[in-house]
Design a protein around this ligand. Sequence first.
Ligand SMILES: Cc1cc2nc3c(=O)[nH]c(=O)nc-3n(C[C@H](O)[C@H](O)[C@H](O)COP(=O)(O)O)c2cc1C
Ligand code: SF4
Ligand code: SF4
Length: 293
Amino acid sequence: MKVFVVYSSPAGSTARIARRIADFFRKGGTEEFSVSLYDLGALKFYNEGNKISPLLKEIDAAGENGLLFLGSPVYVGHAVPPVNNFIDLLPSDTGTVFVPFVTWGGVSSGVALQEMAEGALSHGVRVGGGISMVAPHSHMWRDDNPLGKARPNKNDMEMLDRWLFDFVHRLATSALSPESSIEALIHPDPAVRDSFSRVDLASAAGEMPDRTVRTEGENACTHCRSCYAVCPTSAIQFAPHPVFTDRCIYCFNCVKLCPNGSIVADLVSKERFLHKTSLLRNEPASPRLVLLS
Ligand SMILES: Cc1cc2nc3c(=O)[nH]c(=O)nc-3n(C[C@H](O)[C@H](O)[C@H](O)COP(=O)(O)O)c2cc1C
Ligand code: SF4
Ligand code: SF4
């Protein structure tokens, strides 16, 4: 089988899961699986869409022999725009086996797994399962005790390996149907489903912390363009200082990784809000590993 592990991971946690999945199939050491790993951010998906075409062609060519793991962080309850846009571009009726995986930051895993599966199903895939893991909340890198601290841990990763083992066994022994029910990927709490049917990243944009670019003094922007390099959606333009366009997904990589500390954002009230919301949601932090048949 041809295994494609594709992901978006502004802060690196989804990438960890992606690498673990790829390693699992590579360490299998058989000719049975050939593995390719793709980071949608590094491919500069938005500015250089042509870089994605060879991958889409490969998925198309693999057909029923293809196994696509697609990973996203949960942002405001949903998958991130690069991942949803990638799903929109999937070739039709390939019969590819599809497994969505997400990492979430200890507030709520939302409806991302369900929506990724539904989006891919409309392209004629067969959904084999889903993976949801807690990881450090990527807005809390300045917090000494962020939600999701030190996750996924050794135990989480070993659970993932065992699930992958069972998944491969299931693939070999039972045929997946395109009509398989994905009910087990739906968030069990109706209140969560209801709240995320009404909000998403676009509607929550006004609640994201403001950013200001320092243009004078010791920490003034030097136009080094490092922020552009780490932006997963090519959302930064220079005029001459960085300007954030509406492609911004509020990952805050630009704030975190500017070598001069030139982009200022107050995250303290956001941290307080996230700790409080996490307590209210009270969602179990153990990995959710779903095997469909
Ligand atoms: C804009 C934004 C929105 C987020 N929304 C949620 C959320 O709804 N629920 C949650 O638990 N974590 C949320 N997180 C945290 C991320 O889902 C979590 O840190 C994830 O592991 C990040 O993945 P990455 O390291 O691959 O970028 C959000 C993070 C950002 C930046
Ligand atoms: S990384 Fe910082 S210094 Fe470099 S261009 Fe961006 S804001 Fe300016
Ligand atoms: S502009 Fe900054 S916050 Fe927005 S997507 Fe790019 S790196 Fe993330």
